[in-house]
Design a protein around this ligand. Structure first.
Ligand code: ADP
Ligand code: MG
Length: 578
């Protein structure tokens, strides 16, 4: 489709002009946007080219959903909104899953989509890729805006940025109709219309009363517990959090993406005694973690009900309080300010976790770690999950700066427990929805945003959702090593079709598939690994070289369990025939 207006300079004047293309690029640059993740096409093809020419890094993907996941995790890693750029209707819809994912996970992201002509769309006259994208996006994000006039681009971009990062971060949709790009205006007026967002995510200070209430409650604890969520990782208040944890001596439990704020090997880490601390604690301080399904909603057997447990919750979103159970001491504010306020209020006399509680937790944890150790050292071939995970665990221990991306069912659940993290924001995974398909998008953004080596551990099924992006990884020569735990299927590779006939069962894939061959098509390194020793050599080779590598790790097809650790969420028919 042609760009709508053409920048015809009136012959009689020497007026300097600008247009929508330039104003959008200038507005993004003014606000520090360095990278755009997207897929080119009508009406944003030229925009991508021009943004690249103007010094913005534009990473072109094979599918918008993966570009969207990349933008979402860029937001998590940097506290700046990750930008995803898509074409109209179908491209927009492909990006929308990632926008909803960003919103659900509280990651700041802006989905910018080109769209068709408003006049035609609103009269439903059948324009090219016609869709009322703004209306569709609204339910999936924190805020949604459309810019119709070039002079409003500055404000539109500013609003999108502020909405994405202020308060509880989330996804924002910005609709840019095709005509806008070609709209022309006076260059000086254009410059003046741009807005640099000042203090986009202002500190939110908790009230002194709320701080006192929280400290008093924490002081009363005989069995305190601190739960760190991915909000705590996002907040980048690592030093204050570490000081609080160490001053109180309380056991801490990191949620999946909070692993590494303090090392998993820290003496106070209760990761290996999760059930015990959830059940037996009496006062729980939650920092940037929600009492959703991942924490059994704060109720039931997991939490040792009936109990008289009391919760202190730090969160920037006031509506999060009492979402599932009563919060005795809500602390609304940003995590950096709230944790500092707690430290200040505790002063030189912080509450100390009683030694009998610490002793009980430590004993439980050491027993569990000792039980696991021999499993991780087996050299079985075909590999079971533990033998293979022993290798991955060692790889991260040797390279704690590497970013670890993780998706799958068993491959996710077991790795979360086994692979220790040592530094903040190094573990990126399926998040609140347990979404599959983040693997390659996250890996690409992690490599680009941090410049670090990435190790992505994915189940064979999970890999399939974004597998084509290995071409993107090779094209941009990114230091990404993908390890596929290939067990020939979803959960297991051994299911049979009980209805007879020649179709395979619904959960199995081609047996003995060689995913490593795929990356060779794009010039990457493919390695097949059938034992922990081979896997160790392959991972070391990949991480030493920094070359795009895909390792097909052959896992026993019978080794997995249904839905990993969340099989209980599967409805079962009581009428099912044996
Ligand atoms: P996890 O799944 O790791 O438990 P959640 O995504 O459930 O983490 O919770 C993260 C919480 O952190 C959200 O409720 C969000 O509002 C909150 N949050 C995110 N960033 C901040 C911040 N800077 N300050 C305070 N709270 C934050
Ligand atoms: Mg599998």
């Amino acid at each position: 489709m042609a760009q709508a207006a053409t920048a015809q300079k009136p012959a009689e004047t020497h007026e300097e002009l600008t247009d929508g293309f330039h104003l959008i690029i200038d507005a993004l640059k003014l606000n520090g946007v360095k990278t755009i993740y997207g897929v080119p096409g009508i009406p944003i093809t030229d925009f991508g080219r021009m943004a690249q020419a103007a010094g913005i890094r534009v990473i072109s993907f094979r599918h918008e959903q993966n570009a969207g996941y990349a933008a979402s995790i860029a937001g998590f890693l940097t506290k700046q909104p990750g930008i995803c750029l898509t074409v109209s209707a179908p491209g927009f819809l492909n990006g929308l899953t990632a926008l909803a994912h960003a919103t659900t996970n509280c990651f700041p992201m802006i989905l910018i989509s080109g769209s068709s002509e408003r006049e035609i769309v609103d009269l439903q006259q059948g324009d090219y890729e016609e869709m009322d994208q703004l209306a569709v996006a609204k339910t999936m994000c924190k805020a949604a805006y459309r810019v119709l006039h070039a002079q409003d681009i500055g404000i539109g971009v500013a609003r999108a940025i502020r909405a994405a990062v202020s308060g509880r971060p989330g996804g924002v949709y910005l609709d840019l109709p095709a005509k806008l790009f070609g709209q022309v205006m006076n260059a000086e007026e254009g410059r003046k219309s741009l807005v640099k967002v000042i203090d986009a995510a202002p500190a939110q200070i908790p009230s002194p009363e709320a701080v006192k209430r929280a400290v008093d409650l924490f002081k009363s604890a005989k069995k305190p517990l601190i739960i760190l969520g991915k909000g705590a990782a996002y907040a980048q208040a690592d030093d204050a959090i570490k000081t609080l944890v160490e001053k109180t001596g309380a056991p801490f439990l990191p949620m999946s993406m909070a692993k590494g704020i303090l090392p998993d090997t820290h003496p106070q880490c209760a990761g290996a005694a999760r059930s015990t601390v959830l059940k037996d604690s009496d006062v729980v301080l939650m920092i940037g973690a929600r009492l959703n399904w991942l924490l059994s909603h704060g109720k039931g057997k997991t939490w040792g009900e009936p109990h008289s447990k009391k919760f202190i919750q730090i969160d920037i979103e006031p509506k999060e309080m009492d979402s599932n159970v009563e919060i005795a001491a809500p602390l609304v504010g940003d995590i950096g300010s709230c944790v500092q306020a707690l430290l200040d209020a505790m002063g030189n006399n912080p509450p100390k976790a009683p030694s009998d509680w610490i002793g009980a937790v430590t004993k439980k944890k050491e027993d569990n770690i000792a039980k696991m150790a021999p499993k991780l050292m087996n050299n079985n071939s075909p590999m079971d999950y533990y033998g293979a995970l022993g290798v991955i665990r060692e790889a991260i221990k040797n390279r704690p700066d590497a970013i670890f991306v993780n998706e799958g069912a068993n491959t996710l659940d077991l790795a979360r427990g086994v692979v220790d993290m040592y530094k903040p924001r190094k573990r990126l995974d399926v998040g609140t929805w347990g979404i599959m398909g983040i693997g390659q998008g996250y890996s690409i953004a992690a490599a680009i945003e941090t410049g670090k080596q990435v190790l992505a551990l994915e189940g064979d099924s999970a890999f399939g959702f974004s597998g084509m992006e290995i071409e993107t990884i090779c094209r941009y020569k990114l230091p990404v090593c993908i390890v596929i735990f290939n067990n020939d299927g979803i959960y297991r590779g051994t299911d049979v079709n009980t209805g007879g006939g020649s179709d395979p069962a619904t959960t199995v894939f081609v047996k003995g598939a060689r995913y490593d061959k795929m990356i060779e098509a794009f010039g990457g390194v493919g390695i097949n690994a059938t034992s922990p020793d081979e896997l160790r050599r392959a991972v070391n080779q990949a991480m030493d070289s920094g070359k795009p590598t895909l390792i097909n790790a052959v896992i026993d097809p019978a080794a997995g369990s249904e839905s990993g650790r969340i099989g209980n969420l599967n409805p079962q028919s009581v009428l099912k025939k044996k």
